[in-house]
Design a protein around this ligand. Structure first.
Ligand code: MF3
Ligand code: CO
Length: 249
């Protein structure tokens, strides 16, 4: 069952999502060669708690940290550690926060210093795929119109979408129905309605789409070792026109 949110509930979700966005913006200039990923995690947790929020991922299915930090061939769910970022890396930061019982969720992938042109293209295309999906999140469309647009944008650039992980409804829980795949035929699934709040989150690989999970039980990496990028926004379907991007400042 898809739980529709009232306008009042959406305002609370906007607060949670804004806090996520502010935290990511705070972290962005701190992503430089030499920084340790655990330090970014510590900063994120402090930033969120200082502003009255709670980290959403910490403790979720025993996940140990506030952020997911996924470097290079890591697709999603990389665990912050003593790893040091180096020039040329690409780094996915995925973050959730809880405010007044509601979740917000967003992710971005950023360069560390100067990266090569192909990696930069992967970042641009993955973010563009997210926005292509968001553009389809309008009343009257069906859920898979989002999925199809994401896939089309990524594959037309010669990249592949990850199918083992999907976006999701979000509300009083981090993961609610419906699942929001990053692939599929258009015109399928439930019709989009006012009150739906979705986390759309394409994961795009430079090479093949297959992923595997490391022995830590969390970190997903590309099987072929190719680079991967991830962008995510929490959005609310509007009565007409494009969705409200709750996790955008
Ligand atoms: N954005 C991811 C998701 O919605 C992050 C979840 S990490 C976890 O699935 F630790 F909470 F699982
Ligand atoms: Co998510």
């Amino acid at each position: 069952m898809i739980i529709l949110k009232t306008p009042e509930e959406i305002e609370v979700m906007a607060k949670a999502s804004k806090l996520v966005a502010e935290t990511l913006q705070f972290l962005k200039p701190r992503i430089r060669p030499g920084v340790v990923t655990d330090e970014l995690d510590r900063l994120a947790e402090e930033f969120i708690r200082t502003r009255g929020g709670k980290p959403a991922f910490k403790g979720y299915r025993s996940y140990p940290k506030t952020l997911c930090i996924s470097v290079n061939d890591q697709v999603v769910h990389g665990i912050p550690s003593k790893r040091t970022l180096k020039e040329g890396d690409i780094v996915g930061l995925d973050l959730g926060a809880i405010v007044e019982g509601f979740y917000g969720d967003a992710a971005m992938t950023v360069p560390v210093g100067t990266i090569d042109a192909k990696a930069a293209e992967l970042l641009r295309v993955t973010e563009a795929a997210l926005y292509a999906g968001i553009e389809q999140a309008v009343v009257g469309n069906r859920l898979s119109d989002i999925s199809h647009a994401v896939q089309e944008r990524a594959e037309s650039a010669g990249f592949s979408v990850v199918t083992d992980f999907v976006g999701h409804g979000i509300g009083r829980q981090l993961h609610e129905e419906p699942q929001v795949p990053n692939y599929g035929k258009p015109g399928q699934g439930p019709r989009l309605q006012v009150g739906m709040v979705l986390a759309i989150e394409p994961m795009v690989n430079m090479g093949k789409s297959e992923v595997r999970v490391l022995d830590d039980q969390w970190t997903a990496v590309t099987k072929d070792g190719s680079l991967s990028a991830h962008f995510e926004h929490t959005i609310a379907i509007q009565p007409s026109g494009p969705p409200r991007i709750l996790s955008k400042l």
